[in-house]
Design a protein around this ligand. Structure first.
Ligand code: ATP
Length: 307
C-alpha cells in the first residue's frame, strides 16, 4: 500500500487523518521527514502532535490516509518500524522499584543489542544521571533523562521524541540539544514535538506547524529566522495618519496615536519603512528585533496554550 518513498525520505504521510468520535485530531496531513534532518513538530496543546507520533509508532490506526516509515506501514509492521525507531513518549512509564540500569538491561534484551550498557553509560554521563537508583526515587527531570537514554539504545536511525525537554534545566537542555544535533550529523533523523518554538529553534532544521489537526506551515528554520520581525516605534513632531504608512509590504500591527507610530516589520520591509518615516520630521526612533517566538506567533497566530 502507498507509493514507494525516495531513499532519503524517512517518514511520509499522505492525507493522514485521525478522528476520535466527533473529534478530528488530525486532518489531511501531507508531510515528509528526510534523512539527516531534525524536524520540529510544533503546535499548541491539543493540535494533534502526539496523535501523529502515535500513528507513526503503530499504536493507533489512521482513520484515512497513510503514514510510512521507510516505506513501511507501522500499523501492519510495528516490529519492523520499532527496530529502527527510538521512541520517547510524552509521559514515560517506569517500574518505580527497579533501577535505571535494570530498565536499560530490559530494553537491551528486547532490542537484542548487547552493547547497550556502553551507550547508556555514555549518555547517562553526559546528561548527569545515576543509573543505579530505583526509578521511584528520581525527580521528574531525571526520569526524563532515563527516557532519553532508553530512546537512544541500539543506535536507532530515527528518534521520535514527544516533548522531550519538559523538566530539563537549561544546562541539561544544552547537552540534550547537542545529542540531537550529533544524531542528525551522523546521518540519523529526529522528529521532535513541542508546543514552543524556543525549545526546538536551536536544534531543528525545519519545522511543521499544526493547528487544530491541520498542517498550516512547513518552514526551514533559516527562512523563519530571515523573517524575524522588528518592533519599530517612531515619534514625529506633528500628528501622522496610518494611511501614511499603508502599502509597505510586510508591515504588521500598525498603530498610530497622534504623533507616534508603532508597528512590526520583517527585515526586508525596513528600507521601505524608513523611506516613509523620512517624509515626516522624526523626533525619536526605536527599532528592536523581536525574539523568534514572537515572530512565529505573528505568522502562525494564536496563543501557545490555545487551540
Ligand atoms: N485516545 C483519544 N480519544 C479521544 N480523543 C483523543 C484521543 N487522543 C487524542 N485525542 C484528542 O485529539 C486531539 C489532539 O490531541 P493530541 O494529544 O494529539 O494533541 P497534542 O498536540 O499532542 O497536544 P499536547 O501538546 O497537549 O500533548 C485533542 O483534541 C485530544 O483531546
Amino acid at each position: 500500500m502507498g507509493t514507494p518513498s525516495a531513499p532519503d525520505v524517512v517518514v511520509n504521510t499522505t492525507g493522514l487523518t485521525k478522528r476520535f468520535g466527533s473529534t478530528v485530531a488530525l486532518s489531511d496531513v501531507d508531510l515528509e521527514v528526510r534523512r539527516g534532518e531534525v524536524f520540529g513538530w510544533l503546535g499548541p496543546n491539543g493540535a494533534g502532535k502526539t496523535t501523529t507520533l502515535r500513528l507513526l509508532m503503530g499504536f493507533a490506526r489512521p482513520t484515512a490516509g497513510a503514514i510510512r516509515v521507510h516505506g513501511r506501514d507501522p500499523w501492519r509492521q510495528p516490529a519492523a518500524v520499532h527496530r529502527e525507531v527510538g521512541w520517547l513518549p510524552g509521559d514515560p512509564a517506569f517500574h518505580d522499584r527497579l533501577t535505571g540500569r535494570a530498565h536499560v538491561r530490559m530494553a537491551a534484551r528486547l532490542r537484542r543489542s548487547p552493547d547497550d550498557d556502553k551507550t547508556a553509560d555514555a549518555v547517562t554521563e553526559r546528561l548527569g544521571l545515576d543509573l543505579d537508583r530505583p526509578v521511584g526515587t528520581l525527580s521528574r527531570g531525571n526520569r526524563q533523562k532515563l527516557a532519553v537514554v532508553l530512546a537512544l539504545l541500539g543506535g536507532p536511525q530515527l528518534l521520535v521524541l514527544d516533548e522531550p525537554t519538559s523538566g530539563f534545566d537549561p544546562l541539561v537542555q544544552q547537552e540534550f540539544q547537542a545529542l540531537v544535533r550529533e544524531h542528525a550529523a551522523a546521518g540519523g533523523t529526529v522528529l521532535l514535538s513541542s508546543h514552543v518554538l524556543g525549545e526546538v529553534q536551536r536544534t531543528a532544521d525545519r519545522i511543521g506547524v499544526l493547528r487544530a489537526g491541520r498542517l498550516v506551515a512547513v518552514e526551514e528554520m533559516s527562512v523563519l529566522r530571515g523573517r524575524s520581525l522588528h518592533r519599530v516605534q517612531a515619534r514625529f513632531d506633528a500628528p501622522v495618519r496610518a494611511a501614511d504608512f499603508a502599502g509597505v509590504p510586510g508591515l504588521r500591527d500598525v498603530q498610530v496615536t497622534a504623533s507616534t507610530l508603532r508597528c512590526a516589520a520583517p527585515a526586508a520591509a525596513l528600507d521601505a519603512l524608513v523611506g516613509r518615516l523620512a517624509r515626516h520630521r522624526l523626533t525619536d526612533l526605536e527599532c528592536t528585533e523581536a525574539d523568534l517566538e514572537e515572530t512565529f506567533l505573528a505568522y502562525y497566530g494564536g496563543e501557545p496554550g490555545g487551540r
